[in-house]
Design a protein around this ligand. Sequence first.
Ligand SMILES: C[S@@+](CC[C@H](N)C(=O)[O-])C[C@H]1O[C@@H](n2cnc3c(N)ncnc32)[C@H](O)[C@@H]1O
Length: 284
Amino acid sequence: MPQDTIHAHAVVDPNAVYSLGSSPGESQRLKRQADELALESETLLDRVRLRPGDSAIDLGCGPRGIIELLHDRVSPRGRVVGLDSDPAHVAMASELVASAGLDDVEVVQADARCTALPAGSFDLVHARTLLATVPQPMQVLAEMVRLTRPGGWVASLEPDAEHSIYYPHHKAFDRLRELFVVAFPRNGADPLIGRRLGQLYRLAGLEDVGLEARAAVYPPGHSRRTIAADLLRAMRPQLLALGAADEAELDSLDAAIRKHLDDPDLVVMPNLMFLAWGRKPSVR
Ligand SMILES: C[S@@+](CC[C@H](N)C(=O)[O-])C[C@H]1O[C@@H](n2cnc3c(N)ncnc32)[C@H](O)[C@@H]1O
């Protein structure tokens, strides 16, 4: 079960409890995700005040995250930090930053629950699809608030997976969903966190909290059309370890789902995405 209390810093290795694990396939999916969710992320950034010269951090940035979007908004003279606990993602994000010549961007490896960065050092602290994938999102949110300067902003883009549409119905998606609800929350991650963000933000002491939801329908050929099958692939080692399915079943399920996804009549709306933002109270 998700835990919402702000207690002592966790000591568990963040990479050991992260719901999607670490694999080259998943890292490539996350690289694509930067383009797939760019519209929603731009909308979220429009809701907060971020200007040239400001400082911003992307917690759990993965191989790309919104590092480039933040760079565009705070340039010139701004500062951006990308932070991730997975060394493979830190290396990929660092390579991206170097090859794009983003010299005001720094990428660091750290635990988003306890970054050891100075308190109050950012105008915006952001995380995308991080709170949904960690066992104790309130620990991350508390750290987000700590890192924000008084009067600065915290912002998130997170899924809520209860409502998905795969129409016309195919039974392969029922089995996929069954396996997803076994594997994804195995360490306490909450795939329905989107709807809880406003409540969690206020609990964390933020004010002027805003919440919106977006739903996207992905046509054949769109890289996000396969997200459910891709996430199942990412969690295959965990599904096998849990004994929830065997290799043969996962192979045939993967093939059935991908074949069905090729059908141009299939409508695919994988989940809702929630945008949340809130301000850290100014010192009075
Ligand atoms: C679902 S991915 C999202 C990546 C990126 N934010 C995006 O939207 O494209 C979550 C990322 O958070 C990282 N992560 C998970 N737990 C973490 C923690 N405790 N501290 C820092 N990063 C963490 C993972 O390594 C992964 O790169």
